[in-house]
Design a protein around this ligand. Structure first.
Ligand code: DHB
Length: 393
């Protein structure tokens, strides 16, 4: 095999989504150069709709590192959510409970800001490459086929797998243990041209299943409802989608679901997954490559950003101070938060969704759980703390 080029850098990052770009940005601030590779085209990532909620510390990280100011001017601060069950909405006031808010700011905007920031600093970002292969994790070497059709090579001191749930880096961790939980449902997600239905997000539990009324802009809304994992979104008319959503938010109060043309529809996968360790030799995993959560509570991007914050610190110790233990401590530091978020996402999911094998007992118990949450400060404080994000350590 002849290589058309060899690039030497300190860190090669496989994956140019928000996690990979944020890491490359934080490393750049510390004076550590990196190369970012992604098999997707820039425009594909920029237009793929994902979750829209940022925890307090995710926002701080974007603002304090200079990656995004727009999150404060274009994002919407939300001081709480509504839990809707028994046909009534109950407000959970995060500000009153824990003195924190979250920000509605879509992942596409986070990507746009990070990409602009790295591009302005002449970051080495290589999108649309194919056949990315990590050939060595002791003396990291990654090859790929470039947009010119030729083989290129990147040689680095560390390789980071920030390449999502179908990671090519994940299987390279030897002696790995994997934890998996699958769910008998998925989410049907839509973008719709419609006004807002409520000032904050509405998480609804009903006998027909779960629904989430989220937002994007004053005229475009994001909504989800629980569906069968094998559901084909193309077979659904707008009328059928609105009927399904309406059935799940129907109630005895005056809640009015605002409807309009459906602009996009897709089915989102649903699973809980953790791999440990997150490191093998000089390869480390960050974000979905190492762990995934079900979407309820929007923890995925926030966890990826928390990983990257810790990883940037450890890489700085490893590469600039020569502290050999730095990569070892990464797994424990990152997974401490990951397992809290795993529990939180699992808990929110099971509290609000209907299982196909659900019996009367399960239904009544679920209502008891929701009632004990909204009727007590002690009950709702855990939700407020987990949703806005645990303090970073
Ligand atoms: C969104 C997605 C989520 O999974 C969630 O819990 C809240 C909001 C969203 O896409 O807006």
């Amino acid at each position: 095999m002849t290589t058309a080029s060899t690039t030497r850098t300190r860190v090669v990052v496989v994956g140019g989504g928000p996690a990979g770009l944020l890491l490359s940005h934080l490393l750049h601030l510390a004076g550590i150069e990196s190369v970012v590779l992604d098999h997707r085209e820039h425009d594909e990532i920029a237009t793929t709709h994902r979750a829209g909620i940022l925890e307090r510390d995710s926002v701080r990280l974007l603002v304090d590192s200079g990656a995004s100011e727009r999150v404060l001017t274009e994002g919407d601060r939300h001081g709480g959510i509504y839990l809707r069950f028994g046909g009534v909405s109950h407000h959970v006031d995060f500000e009153a409970l824990v003195g924190a808010s979250v920000w509605l700011y879509p992942q596409t905007a986070v990507f746009r800001d990070l990409h602009a920031t790295r591009s302005a600093a002449a970051g080495d970002l290589r999108y649309g490459v194919s056949d990315v292969q990590v050939l060595d994790v002791a003396e990291p070497r990654v090859t790929y086929t470039g947009t010119d059709g030729r083989t290129h090579e990147v040689v680095a001191e560390v390789v980071v797998g920030a390449d999502g749930s179908r990671s090519v880096c994940r299987p390279l961790v030897a002696d790995r243990k994997q934890y998996l939980r699958e769910y008998p449902f998925a989410w049907f997600g839509i973008l719709a041209q419609a006004p807002r239905s409520a000032p904050e997000l509405v998480y609804a539990r009903s006998e027909k299943g779960f629904a989430l009324i989220s937002q994007r802009t004053p005229d475009v809304q994001r909504m989800y409802f629980q569906c069968d994992p094998g559901e084909d979104p193309t077979g659904w008319s707008d009328e059928r989608i609105w009927e399904e959503l309406q059935g799940r938010v129907a109630g005895v109060d005056d809640f009015g679901l605002q409807t309009g043309p459906v602009l996009e529809r897709s089915v989102l996968p649903f699973r809980s997954f953790v791999q440990t360790p997150l490191r093998h030799d000089r390869l480390v995993l960050a974000g979905d490559a190492g762990h995934t959560v079900p979407p309820t509570g929007a923890k995925g991007l926030n966890l990826a950003m928390a990983d990257v914050r810790v990883l940037a610190e450890e890489l700085e110790r490893f590469l600039l101070k020569g502290q050999a233990d730095a990569l070892e401590t990464y797994t424990d530091r990152a997974l401490a938060r990951v397992w809290k978020a795993q529990h939180f996402s699992y808990w929110m999911t099971t509290m609000l969704h209907r299982s196909p094998d659900s019996e009367d007992f399960d239904e009544a118990r679920q209502l008891g759980e929701l009632e004990s949450l909204v009727s007590s400060t002690a009950g709702s404080t855990y939700l407020a703390e987990g949703y806005t994000g645990w303090p970073t350590v």
